[in-house]
Design a protein around this ligand. Structure first.
Ligand SMILES: NC(=O)c1ccc[n+]([C@@H]2O[C@H](COP(=O)([O-])OP(=O)(O)OC[C@H]3O[C@@H](n4cnc5c(N)ncnc54)[C@H](OP(=O)(O)O)[C@@H]3O)[C@@H](O)[C@H]2O)c1
Length: 313
């Protein structure tokens, strides 16, 4: 399915966002601070961070948990933390917040060293329901605050949800709030009443769906782009793609590493999922090589502007 390529009035959006960003710090990507993580083999893995529009730091590479439920979820999250991940992405709809919480506790790491994201499902849109859904999520996770809470999809009473989330920030229960799957028009609508500028827009993006409108739009705003399905969920033959394999060969890197490095060089946060420890480690090892401008151009030509999940539209 082709993505909607509606023209965007970027100037209007920026006009609105500037009212709110004046009082916030937006340092952008490339912050020098790192999320230092002690590898279980005692090597230090340092994941670069981005400073969000409210000044808080977020790792630029994290761990996705969709479909990792029950015992697999517990083990995967604990292993991911043990090999160096500090950003963990979950959601009510994944049905694994309790498992993710258990994985965090099993890892033995101080919760404050982690960056935990969850998301508000569409059934709980609206002021009151959002407050309750948030409490349920943190209870299942066994934490007393979230680093990031996202509106999962732009459905229902987004305004009521956003107001509730702003109040949860003020109450010290959430460090940053954002959205997911919002197009520029939906962001503009949110910005017409928001007191807090969304820190993040988490969207599907990968080599086959490069978001040629939303990507530059977010680049020019105070909202950081985060990639879901950064590896195209393993679909469309991505792990046997000859173009990506040829690029990887030059650096002795895998296709997954080429893709994740590509996101990193575009300034997009990626949250690859894996249930396999070897893949988790592989996906972290992207900070010791650099794609050339020509590699980046070759990958740009792979864009077919196509979702891997037409059934979700
Ligand atoms: N906001 C939203 O609407 C939304 C929607 C979907 C997903 N998300 C989030 O984004 C996260 C990532 O997206 P995703 O889970 O759809 O897919 P993904 O991370 O793009 O791909 C995951 C697939 O890639 C495989 N894989 C991972 N590393 C690999 C490697 N080094 N070599 C070979 N295969 C590898 C995994 O299999 P193995 O387990 O065998 O490694 C798995 O099948 C989710 O888990 C979730 O947290 C958000």
């Amino acid at each position: 399915m082709k993505k909607n390529s509606k023209e965007v009035n970027r100037r209007d959006f920026l006009k609105i966002t500037s009212r709110f960003t004046a009082a916030t710090i937006f340092i952008g990507l490339g912050g020098s601070e790192l999320f230092a993580a002690n590898h279980e083999n005692h090597n230090e893995i340092s994941i670069p961070t981005v400073t969000l529009n409210n000044g808080i730091k977020m790792p630029r590479l994290g761990f996705g948990t969709n479909t990792l439920v029950d015992a697999v979820g517990v083990r995967s999250v604990s292993e991911a933390i043990s090999v160096g991940y500090r950003l963990i992405d979950t959601a009510h709809i994944y049905g694994n917040e309790a498992a993710v919480g258990e994985g965090i506790r099993l890892s033995g790491i101080d919760r404050k060293k982690l960056f935990v994201t969850s998301k508000l499902w569409v059934d709980f849109a609206g002021y009151e329901k959002t407050k309750k859904a948030f409490e349920t999520s943190i209870k299942k996770l066994g934490v007393d605050y979230l680093d990031l809470y996202l509106i999962h999809r732009p459905r229902g009473d987004v305004k009521g949800s956003w107001q509730a989330m702003e109040e949860l920030v003020a109450a010290g229960k959430i460090r940053a709030i954002g959205v997911s799957n919002f197009d520029p028009e939906q962001l503009k609508e949110l910005m017409s009443y928001a007191k807090i500028v969304p820190a993040i827009n988490q969207i599907e993006t990968n080599v086959f769906l490069q978001e040629s409108i939303l990507y530059p739009f977010l680049k020019g705003s105070a909202t950081q782009m985060e990639a879901w399905s950064p590896l195209a969920a393993g679909r469309s033959g991505i792990f046997s793609n000859p173009t990506l394999a040829a690029i990887g060969k030059k650096y002795e890197k895998s296709i997954a590493q080429v893709c994740l490095r590509w996101h990193y060089q575009r300034g997009v946060i990626a949250i690859p999922r894996s249930s396999q420890k070897a893949h988790m480690i592989e996906n972290l090892n992207i900070f010791d090589f650099e794609l050339t401008a020509s590699d980046m151009q070759t990958i740009a030509s792979m864009d077919i502007n196509t979702t891997q999940f037409p059934e979700w539209k």
